[in-house]
Design a protein around this ligand. Sequence first.
Ligand code: GLY
Length: 354
Amino acid sequence: MSKLSVKINEQEKSYPIIINDNPVSTLKDAIFSRLEGKKFLVVISEKVEKLYGKALGFEKTEKFILKDGEKEKNFKNYKKILERALKLQLTRKDTIIAIGGGVVGDLAGFAAATYMRGINFIQVPTTLLACVDSSVGGKTGIDTSFGKNLIGSFYQPSAVFINTNFLQTLDDRQFKTGMGEVVKYAFIEKSCRSEEELNLTNFLTENTEKILTRNLRTLESLIEICVKLKISVVQKDEKESGLRKILNFGHTYGHAVEKFTNYKKYTHGEAIVKGMEFAFNLAVKRNIIDKNYKFFANDVIKKFGFKSIPDYPIEKLIKLMKMDKKAEFEYITFILPTDYSEVAEFKFTEKDLL
Ligand code: GLY
């Protein structure tokens, strides 16, 4: 078991992240030990409810069960959660608890951020992607027809409970989508400016088999490394005004691929792996890195057997990249590799890219 802590704005927004493989049935007590008020609302993914509802032990009246899929991260469900919270008469001291993947965490987090101008929020991520990325750092939000996460807020949870048992029942694609974000941390590690040398690339190459067979202890160590890197970044830049942008490595192109294929064909992780490959190619073309680093990176990526994505027409992807939240005027921003495990921000015009 490990207990990490996030310190944002000195102590003001600090919270613990507890990582372990204790039986799922022990989670409720652990969560209760972090409640301030008496009341709470659990927002839980339908899949997780089916598999673990009994072991978790929450009453039906305490739960809002959310169907699975990105399309559920919408206004309608946001409103429904707020109405349930109002019906339960939650006060500011009470808590919204998210149990599920990124969709549940983002949606429940946004409800928590805005209900009574902000109530306690606890994250229990149950997918690898949510464990290593979305449950830490306070990004919350919902999607609209104009795009993903365009409405949201930065709102830090009061605790995050990561239990690796949930990862045993993820389907292979779900697991691999999380691995996409994990591999990303390996390529940005030095730029995360963690005080500790974590050497994720070595960990990935030395433990590939154990990761893919989901050895509980290996997953715990893997998540711990990624969370430490993410903590290091968000502590330095909570609101993404500088350093935090490096977490978008692979995302400019990856988001465009997701949009171009209507979010149906590929998972987020698969798309950002393609985005990282694009970034490595671009960096070689611009003489930012040499070819050997690109080949090395491709070998690391290959170990995890991500679904391969074809090259879609660049003109169409550029159009979508220009609509990205990260785009500024005529520039498209990319995080590109500059050296082993180091990245930096670069801006290109459409003409440059073509
Ligand atoms: N998912 C990227 C971030 O939290 O900034």
